[in-house]
Design a protein around this ligand. Structure first.
Ligand SMILES: *Cc1c(COP(=O)(O)O)cnc(C)c1O
Length: 384
């Protein structure tokens, strides 16, 4: 039995059990109403706070800005409600993922990482973890997975960025549990409305809040969530020691954005479905992946596991030159990396050194009207 599994059986339905996603998002993390106070209190900018001269830091919740910030704590309450666990936010998704890996893994430990997931995590593993004496095993998201015997941590990304494969989380959680390994799930692409990994047996959720969670392309954020008090304590201590915290203004902007998460994801997912149907019917597009298409290899698991389909698709236009012509011809698809924002964007991943084909594109649907987006993408493909 793993020492971190102390509270996994508990149910975590937040303050609005049985309510819909829109209601939960609009109210997530808000304090109780106080006459004369705003719905979401403004950002608290402070490095040190006043202390009680006699009783010191024990006298008040806030002492110094690295461990303590009330704006950050409200955001953590909000994300924690949506994920169904206790949350700690970080300065970026990378700060959260690398914090998790460094806080949990010791020299001699083995970790399983996705072979087809976010490439910066793999780069960190070969450059830093391997140098720390951690054995790194890579597994494709859709499997096969190696034996978890002697493995300390299994980190998966599902749906994976950028390839959009998925893995059956309850089945993987069962395998990890019987081997005594921790299971962490990168929930960036799905968001907590698309999938609740802690309900599906994971010990930890890690994610970038830079993408669809906050969705306005104006900040960097990461978070970890867990139901284990022991893991939470270790990760909180790690964050305080290393200082990878977001600023108060970014935390406030992120919280403000969460209220519309349900609305944004609804439109993004509908747009992805409309574009998937367009792209599937075109002979000049290959390798289309969207887990919501009935003939996609990910569909059997995705349709069981995801509460809603992501607003991201991937496909191949054959060459870098054709991708450039497509982006130049489109009026609505911005050439940009990242994903999950209000504005539709597309990224040729190979230009960042990612190990994808030269014409491979990850397209992220914004909240534009589907009919406009489909017409624009069709015309840009014709022109390309
Ligand atoms: C973007 C991303 C990260 C890193 O997040 P940042 O906020 O850019 O640091 C980690 N995992 C996945 C799946 C991502 O898409």
């Amino acid at each position: 039995m793993n020492e971190f599994r102390d509270r996994t059986e508990e149910q975590h339905d937040g303050r609005f059990p049985g309510h819909g996603d829109g209601t939960r998002c609009a109210h997530a993390g808000l304090p109780e109403p106080v006459p004369g106070a705003p719905f979401l209190p403004g950002p608290v900018f402070a490095a040190p706070y006043h202390l009680d001269p006699r009783h010191g830091p024990a006298s008040a919740p806030n002492g110094y800005g690295r461990p303590d910030n009330p704006t950050r704590r409200l955001l953590e309450a909000a994300i924690g409600e949506l994920e169904g666990g206790e949350c700690r936010v970080f300065a970026s998704g990378q700060a959260a993922v690398t914090g998790l890996l460094l806080a949990v893994l010791r020299p001699g430990d083995s970790v399983v990482l996705p072979a087809d997931g976010y490439f910066s995590v793999r780069a960190f593993a070969t450059e830093t973890l391997a140098g720390n004496g951690v054995r790194v095993l890579l597994a494709p998201t859709a499997g096969p997975y190696p034996s978890f015997d002697g493995v300390r941590l299994v980190l998966v990304e599902t749906p994976a960025n950028p390839g959009l494969d998925v893995v059956d989380l309850p089945a993987l959680a069962e395998r990890a549990r019987s081997a005594g390994a921790l299971l962490a799930v990168d929930n960036t692409t799905a968001t907590p409305l698309g999938q609740r990994p802690l309900d599906l047996g994971a010990d930890l959720v890690v994610a970038s809040g830079t993408k669809a969670l906050t969705g306005h392309s104006d900040l960097l954020l990461g978070y970890l969530a867990t139901r284990s008090a022991e893991l939470l304590g270790r990760l909180t201590a790690w964050r305080t020691a290393t200082g990878a915290v977001p600023g108060a203004f970014d935390a406030w902007l992120a919280h403000r954005s969460l209220a519309t998460l349900d609305l944004r994801l609804g439109r993004q997912s509908a747009n992805a479905e409309a574009l998937a149907r367009l792209l599937a019917a075109r002979a000049d597009v290959s390798g289309l992946r969207w887990p919501g298409l009935a003939d996609d290899p990910a569909y059997p698991v995705a349709s069981r596991q995801l509460r809603r389909m992501p607003g991201v698709l991937s496909f191949d236009l054959g060459s870098a030159e054709r991708v450039a012509r497509f982006l130049e011809a489109s009026r609505l698809v911005a050439a940009a990396t990242s994903f999950g924002g209000l504005h539709t964007s597309a990224d040729r991943r190979a230009q960042w050194g990612d190990d994808t084909a030269p014409g491979f594109v990850r397209l992220s649907c914004g909240v534009e009207d589907s009919v406009d987006l489909v017409a624009d993408v069709a015309a840009a493909l014709d022109a390309a």
